[in-house]
Design a protein around this ligand. Structure first.
Ligand SMILES: [Zn+2]
Length: 306
């Protein structure tokens, strides 16, 4: 199976609802994938055990270079555990040690956005760049930063939490982290409806209906509400400007359901970036939501990059 196709690694993407486990080739191609509900009813150790048994089942004897695991943070990458994740009802979820014991292979563990930026560089829209920022705008806002040939990880693996960059002082909306004015509190799938309601109140307008949480379904005729698009573009432009000023990337990859299903949000945000900035290439991820999973495998193949 392996001859002529390069090496294969196992990869896992642990989410609050589902976990995906796959086999990924060195060139980034996913050759097998399995999804199951993340086991959150029993004890924390059930999560690594479910990953291990699924991996062994789909590998079915195929030799693997290792297993890369990605999860939404916060994580402790060095000690190998999930540290009080907001979307999983356990305080500590051990990942690295129990997996190593169960599968007897090298195991790497990274935040999903830090893995995703590596996925984009090795197999996605950022191939050929040395300075890249990956931004996902879905339920929350997360980021992964690759600079001068390496992913920035920080002390515990949590560097690049751009969703908590301050972007506004006018509406002063609360963020999931408990502070105010953060990007995630306004422009994420969770934040947009809250921002919209607040914007309507401030502008003395009846609150229009949002059919899908976090996805604005206003038509072009909704002139009354077009100001909200401007307000949202301003916030996104502020976020992007800060990202560019902080990291000076050659390329920004945007991913996540909110931006992928509303690509015009990117164009509008770019119109609102600070004028003095030299804009990098900005594009939507071509990896169909698989950047974290592919990137998790790339952490096995390219440990020097993360
Ligand atoms: Zn925050």
């Amino acid at each position: 199976m392996q001859s002529g196709e390069g090496k294969i690694a196992g990869a896992a993407d642990v989410g609050g609802t589902n976990t995906r486990v796959g086999l990924v080739r060195e060139d980034g191609k996913i050759i097998r994938i399995e999804k199951f509900p993340t086991p959150v009813q029993g004890k924390p150790g059930d999560i690594p055990l479910a990953i291990a048994s699924t991996l062994l089942e789909i590998a079915d004897g195929i030799p693997l270079a290792g297993l890369g695991v990605a999860a939404a943070g916060p994580i402790n990458a060095r000690e190998g555990y999930l540290d009080h994740p907001p979307n999983i009802p356990f305080n500590i979820v051990p990942i690295t040690a129990p997996l190593k014991e169960a599968i007897r292979l090298p195991v790497t563990f990274r935040n999903d956005c830090r893995a995703a930026v590596l996925g984009e560089i090795c197999a996605g829209g950022a191939r050929g760049y040395d300075n890249v920022v990956y931004i996902t705008i879905s339920t929350g806002i997360g980021g992964g930063v690759f600079t001068n040939g390496r992913v920035i990880t920080g002390r515990g693996g949590n560097a690049g939490e751009i969703g908590h960059f301050p972007v506004d002082t006018t509406y002063n909306l609360p963020c999931t982290c408990g502070l105010y004015g953060h990007w995630e509190g306004y422009a994420s799938g969770r934040g947009i409806p809250i921002f919209f309601r607040e914007w309507c109140t401030v502008h003395d307008l009846p609150c229009a209906e949002m059919t899908t949480p976090g996805i604005l379904r206003l038509t072009a005729e909704d002139i009354r509400y077009s100001g909200f698009r401007d307000a949202l573009a301003k916030v996104n432009g502020r976020g992007l400007s800060t990202v560019i000023a902080a990291y000076d990337p050659e390329c920004i990859i945007l991913d996540g359901t909110v931006i992928q299903s509303n690509p015009d949000l990117l164009d509008q945000a770019l119109m609102c970036t600070d004028r003095y900035l030299d804009l990098p290439v900005c594009l939507l991820s071509p990896l169909n939501g698989d950047a974290p999973l592919i990137g998790a495998a790339m952490t096995v193949f390219h440990p020097e990059m993360i």
